[in-house]
Design a protein around this ligand. Structure first.
Ligand code: NAG
Ligand code: NAG
Ligand code: NAG
Ligand code: NAG
Ligand code: NAG
Length: 487
């Protein structure tokens, strides 16, 4: 039900539209001198307002004021109903025209312009039309108002009659060269005279809006490094429209090289409805002739062309700065590596000499602090270890002597220990447990405040504990305490 209403509505709309076109709704009108012309009041919509008997026409001009128009006003003017006709309109018809019917009136301002001397149409009366290339271009020479009286119609393009065009219309697929001014000339016989009315279209042909400007992918100029005798493939790819073409230009003035072949192209449709095309140029067994020649790939479309060039260069020809720098850098790096390896090798082989040279250079004297070794060698030469325990004489060296001697005495059993107590053993927390277990006769206690005589019990006990020796008349006390005297 709903669908049936639609064509009817359209029909009515079309009808109203055509009837409106013949009446003159625009208040400012331009007319061309010498052409038939008319003014038509747009009729009222209600029947009640149809008072055709009371219709009056007026012209208002500067010199003569408002004048009612009648059949006698001018031989060129005819009045019938809502229409005022001019056969033809002339320059002095310019002015203000008023249609009056009962309480209704309508005004137009008419401007008549002179005919162009060197053109078949008037610039100000042009209807502009834009057509996409390849789309239908139609120029219909039909006059809404005069069609009934037209006895002949001619079509002109840029003021030249289109020959062999019997029908007064043009219908074709637009090409760019179709662009121009199309003038329909309607010939109208009237009162024994032949008049003509023109209608001019300015046709502009534009690119297909759905078409893209095809582009070749990649840089405009590409240098390809090749080795002579090898094959090379130049890949040209483009994003283009369906009807665009991609091709290689590899022809020379004297033909093409026999080793150059253009392969069949590949086309893939993209998701956007465009095409991705690629075409390979295969150069077999590259020779000197192929070098330094510009192999061009072109994509051509209605909108124009795009070209990209490939030039083959011999690999040796390419001395590019980055490569040179790279090579130099590599050589320096290798040299440094070799030098480091040599230095390390020499150092390992001559390490003694190097160490001696270093010692000489630094001037260090290690003998000044080598105390521990000396103590050890002295202990090894001794047969008794006399330990004098006193709180005031305690240092790391003494502690070392003590431990080292105890090791000799108790582990190696080479020397015997004599302990002289100034302070009880239990007061020394650091003393090894073994010293506390020393046989009691090997511990001598010093109780006196001053030095005792040689015949005293203390010295006799000490002498007893020392190894036996021939008594000499003059004694050297240093022999009695060899360790203590030298430490
Ligand atoms: C149309 O009429 C004018 C005179 O009004 C005349 O000069 C012109 O040549 C005519 N055009 C054609 C195409 O006959
Ligand atoms: C107006 O009335 C006249 C008769 O008086 C008739 O001929 C004409 O067609 C009518 N016009 C309209 C638009 O109804
Ligand atoms: C056009 O009009 C002219 C002059 O009035 C007449 O001679 C000619 O036969 C007419 N042509 C047509 C096709 O009606
Ligand atoms: C050529 O290049 C296009 C796009 O970069 C690629 O899709 C195609 O596979 C290439 N053809 C060959 C033969 O390498
Ligand atoms: C390729 O293009 C370059 C620059 O546009 C031009 O100089 C050269 O002659 C062209 N080569 C061919 C084979 O058409």
């Amino acid at each position: 039900m709903h669908h049936r209403g639609l064509p009817l509505t359209l029909l009515i709309l079309m009808f109203i539209n055509t009837s409106e076109e013949t009446c003159t709704s625009r208040p400012h009108i331009t007319a061309a001198e010498g052409e038939p012309f008319y003014l038509q009041y747009c009729p009222p919509t209600s029947e009640d307002e149809n008072e055709t008997d009371s219709i009056k026409w007026y012209k208002t001009s500067g010199s003569r004021g408002k004048v009612e128009l009648g059949s006698s006003s001018s031989p060129r003017i005819t009045l019938h109903g809502y229409v005022l006709e001019f056969w033809p309109v002339e320059l002095d018809d310019s002015g203000r025209y008023t249609f009056q019917m009962g309480n209704y009136s309508y005004d137009w301002t008419l401007n008549v312009i002179g005919r162009s001397k060197d053109s078949c149409f008037t610039e100000k009366q042009i209807i502009s039309k834009t057509v996409e290339v390849k789309k239908s271009l139609q120029v219909f020479c039909e006059h809404n108002y005069y069609q009934k009286v037209v006895n002949r119609t001619s079509l002109y393009k840029n003021c030249e009659k289109i020959e062999n065009n019997k029908d007064p219309f043009l219908k074709k697929n637009a090409e760019f060269r179709d662009q121009g001014y199309y003038t329909c000339v309607f010939f109208l016989p009237h009162n024994g005279k032949l008049f003509n009315v023109t209608k001019t279209f300015k046709i502009t042909v534009i690119k297909d809006r759905s078409n893209i400007n095809p582009v070749l992918l990649g840089p405009k100029l590409t240098y390809v490094k090749v080795e002579l005798g090898k094959d090379v493939q130049l890949n040209c790819s483009a994003l283009l429209n369906e009807k665009d073409v991609v091709y290689w230009n590899f022809w020379r003035a004297n033909g093409s090289d026999p080793n150059v072949h253009e392969e069949e192209g590949i086309r893939i449709k993209t998701s956007e409805g465009k095409w991705h095309a690629s075409k390979i140029l295969r150069i077999e067994n590259v020779n000197e002739n192929n070098l330094h020649f510009s192999y061009n790939c072109t994509v051509a479309s209605e909108g124009g062309i795009d070209t990209r060039s490939f030039i083959l260069l011999k690999k040796e020809d390419l001395v590019d700065i980055p490569g040179y720098v790279f090579t130099t850098g590599m050589i320096i790096a290798v040299l440094i590596l070799v030098a480091v390896v040599c230095l390390v090798t020499v150092g390992v082989i001559y390490r003694v000499d190097v160490a001696l040279f270093y010692r000489h250079f630094i001037g260090r004297d290690e003998t000044l602090t080598a105390v521990v070794d000396e103590i050890h060698s002295l202990i090894e030469k001794s047969r008794r270890l006399i330990i004098v325990l006193s709180k005031s004489y305690m240092s790391n060296e003494v502690r070392y002597e003590l431990e080292s001697g105890l090791h000799e005495a108790l582990v190696e059993r080479k020397i015997k220990v004599i302990l002289i107590e100034f302070t009880p053993v239990s007061d020394f927390s650091f003393l090894p447990q073994s010293l506390r277990l020393l046989k009691s006769h090997r511990i001598l206690k010093w109780k006196a405040d001053t030095s005792l005589s040689y015949n005293s019990r203390f010295w006799k006990n000490l002498l007893y504990l020392m190894p036996a020796k021939m008594v000499k008349p003059c004694r050297d006390e240093s022999e009695v305490f060899p360790v203590l005297s030298q430490s």
